[in-house]
Design a protein around this ligand. Structure first.
Ligand code: 13P
Length: 258
């Protein structure tokens, strides 16, 4: 069954930009993407810039997003930020389980699943990142790793709409390395993820969930990657840091909107 999924282009600034830099970026971005029909544009800013980004995005279609949060609402969790705090700022989405959080901050599949569940309950669109290391890929363990990450999140999910959840396939070896997965690699992983979603939650759910690709996406390669049938957009680090470059990515994504 053919389902039309709305393409999404997402900027993950990671640990970059002061508040002033964030404001300058948004001032450049907003007028240029105001007419981006048929594409969801999201900016995942560091916590310190979120109030400014959310305020500036208020009268636009751009979705202000956080890069992380904690699944409890309040209490003795020093250094953490909760879903109600994000909602209070007008944040609409959150990245969950980015490989940098999994690898550097040792976030487990279980924690990622809890965060995903809480984000969904709170009405924040979780962008759940999955992906394998180079060693795992080279030793034939790519799908074992990625399927385990997807299962951990989806098996515990209640009744949620396909539009409320986004996956991002981000092979760790392609992040920040310039070593992009081929469009066929991105398609192969996305197709496998979609088939697993079908097995776990049925055809309608699987065909409605968006699956983004992340890992050295840039204006020069995004068109070919997005031309693949199961790749619905990009989660972009380095090439999203300059507004002009991210605008070019959004413009390319528009070519894939129906
Ligand atoms: P790069 O685009 O810098 O490779 O980063 C990808 C990524 O991790 C986005 O979340």
């Amino acid at each position: 069954m053919a389902t039309t999924r709305r393409p999404m282009m997402a900027a993950n600034w990671k640990m970059n930009k002061t508040v002033v830099e964030a404001e300058q970026y948004m001032a450049a971005l907003l007028p240029r993407v105001a007419g981006a029909e048929g594409v969801d544009v999201a900016v995942y800013a560091p916590f310190t810039s979120l109030p400014a980004v959310a305020r500036m995005a208020e009268d636009s279609e751009v979705i202000p997003g956080a890069q992380n949060f904690y699944h409890e609402d309040s209490g003795a969790f020093t250094g953490e930020i909760s879903a109600p705090m994000l909602l209070d700022l007008g944040i609409g989405s959150v990245v969950v389980g980015h490989s940098e959080r999994r690898e550097i901050f040792e976030e487990s599949d279980d924690l990622v699943a809890r965060k995903t569940g809480r984000a969904l309950e709170a009405g924040l669109i979780p962008v759940v990142c999955v992906g394998e290391t180079k060693e795992e890929r080279d030793s034939g363990k790519m799908w074992g790793k990625v399927s385990g990450q997807v299962r951990a999140v989806v098996e515990g999910l209640g009744d949620v709409s396909a539009e409320s959840l986004v996956f991002a396939y981000e092979p760790i070896w392609a992040i920040g390395t310039g070593d992009t997965a081929t469009p066929d690699d991105a398609q192969d992983a996305s197709d496998k993820i979609r088939n697993l979603l079908k097995e776990l939650k049925g055809e309608d759910f699987a065909s409605g969930v968006r699956i983004l690709y992340g890992g050295s996406v840039k204006p020069e390669n995004v068109g070919e990657i997005m031309s693949k049938p199961d790749v619905d957009g990009g989660l972009v680090g380095g090439a999203s840091l300059k507004a002009d470059s991210f605008i070019a990515l959004v413009e390319e994504a528009q070519n894939h909107a129906s």
